[in-house]
Design a protein around this ligand. Structure first.
Ligand SMILES: CCCCCCCC/C=C\CCCCCCCC(=O)SCCNC(=O)CCNC(=O)[C@H](O)C(C)(C)COP(=O)(O)OP(=O)(O)OC[C@H]1O[C@@H](n2cnc3c(N)ncnc32)[C@H](O)[C@@H]1OP(=O)(O)O
Length: 195
């Protein structure tokens, strides 16, 4: 039966998934992960951004894992004095995307599910953790946890996501040309990808 536009395949790890290792050129556990772009809303040092800070985490099973930190600012409120829920989902998108990038890139988020478990007061710090649980072809299954004020603090949110490996043509065809050109892509490359 064809999936309806409002339902997507499950985020549960398929039985034939394998645990992917970190790419040989990816940073090692304990090392920081620099922003993947100077303007990213999630990881760059921009005034309006989430300003997540990352390091590679140790994974007991030998897989890929990251740890990240985010300080909750007054301009991120939803309910008075509490973090806007959509920003936790945005933080998970970035953190789960970062751990996938330790395995293979580029990938994009296909589906992301957030469970909100406790309120998150402004002024506190979120400690996030994410792990790639398995891969089947282009599909990478990832889970994450957010804790309050300490790496072993109370769980305030959890997430599950599916990322899909894409080719560079995904960006060549869809991104704004001026942003691609700022990265050194020629107008001719963009035209060729779109013809
Ligand atoms: C020299 C060149 C320089 C270029 C410069 C560029 C540099 C860039 C480098 C680095 C960038 C890093 C960027 C980080 C970004 C951070 C993360 C984000 O914020 S991503 C933004 C939000 N996400 C999107 O905008 C995706 C929008 N969606 C899509 O584009 C498509 O839907 C896409 C690619 C996700 C899937 O489309 P399909 O055509 O490739 O794949 P199909 O055939 O539909 O599905 C493949 C399999 O996946 C499952 N699938 C697809 N969507 C699913 C879903 N929503 N839920 C569950 N399963 C799904 C399907 O059921 C299928 O499974 P079965 O192979 O049959 O088993």
């Amino acid at each position: 039966m064809a999936a309806s536009p409002t339902t997507s395949p499950s985020l549960e790890l398929p039985a034939d998934a394998t645990l992917p290792e970190r790419h040989p050129e990816a940073p090692a556990p304990g090392e920081p992960i620099p922003p993947h772009s100077a303007v990213c809303f999630g990881c760059a040092d921009v005034p309006h951004g989430l300003r997540l800070e990352f390091r590679v985490a140790e994974d007991p099973a030998g897989g890929a894992a990251v740890a990240a930190r985010m300080v909750l600012r007054p301009d991120q409120q939803g309910a008075p004095g509490l973090l806007h829920g959509g920003l936790l989902t945005a933080a998970f998108d970035e953190v789960l995307g970062s751990v996938v990038a330790l395995v293979t890139r580029p990938c994009v988020t296909a589906r992301l599910e957030t469970d909100f478990r406790r309120p998150m007061p402004i002024g506190s710090t979120l400690w996030l953790h994410a792990r790639v649980d398995g891969r089947v072809g282009r599909k990478l299954y990832v889970t994450g946890t957010a804790r309050l004020d300490a790496e072993d603090g109370p769980v305030v949110g959890t997430a599950k996501a599916l990322f899909l490996k894409v080719g560079m043509e995904h960006f060549l065809r869809n991104s704004r040309p001026e942003d691609l050109e700022a990265l050194g892509v020629s107008a001719e490359q963009i035209r060729a990808a779109r013809s």
